[in-house]
Design a protein. Structure first.
Length: 186
């Protein structure tokens, strides 16, 4: 039992160490460029007429996030992650799945943060410290930053690390108690 606990802790440490790497630093820089794209496009859509009145906030944030997705994939596929086991189209499909989950997380988190920030009058606190930004922008900005940690892990292990199907098969095989060769095909 002690070995299982020690192995579990070692796996946690292994997972956390992915964030202490050159790859993560480059990802953060590229994510910053993608986040700027995301924020510029999104905030342009929810602050500038006629978009402000035509698009709901959540859709403007979603369009901004998709713009950031395209920039992020291009930079990371070309300059950061070196895995070439799959072609770019396969990588982009997986990138879109991971990023799509990230978009949903960003939209949900930014919307929930906006509700929270309005309830606690967070705009007054922002103005007191000299930040003249809207609650919408503050919510959007914080959500983009938090979702970045999920995105790095997803892209490292799935997009540029062999794909979703391969990882799911390996996971399921590891959980199957039957000896190899006796698995039932679905």
């Amino acid at each position: 039992m002690f070995n299982r606990i020690a192995h579990g802790w070692q796996r946690c440490i292994d997972v956390l160490t992915i964030y202490i790497s050159r790859e993560f630093l480059i990802f953060v820089i590229f994510a910053g460029v993608a986040a700027l794209t995301n924020l510029i496009v999104g905030s342009g859509l929810y602050t500038l007429a006629p978009f402000k009145t035509l698009l709901p906030y959540w859709l403007a944030v979603g369009i901004g996030a998709f713009s950031g997705l395209v920039v992020n994939f291009g930079l990371n596929a070309r300059y950061n992650f070196k895995a070439q086991s799959r072609n770019r189209l396969q990588q982009f499909r997986t990138f879109c799945v991971i990023a799509g989950i990230g978009i949903v997380l960003t939209v949900g988190l930014s919307s929930d943060l906006l509700v929270l920030f309005r309830r606690i009058a967070f705009d007054a606190a922002l103005h007191r410290v000299g930040l003249n930004v809207s609650l919408e922008f503050a919510s959007h900005f914080l959500a983009v930053g938090l979702v970045g940690f999920f995105s790095f892990a997803g892209h490292k292990f799935f997009t540029f690390g062999g794909g979703l199907r391969v990882k799911v098969r390996v996971f399921l095989r590891a959980r199957d108690p039957r000896p190899r060769g006796q698995e039932v095909e679905a």
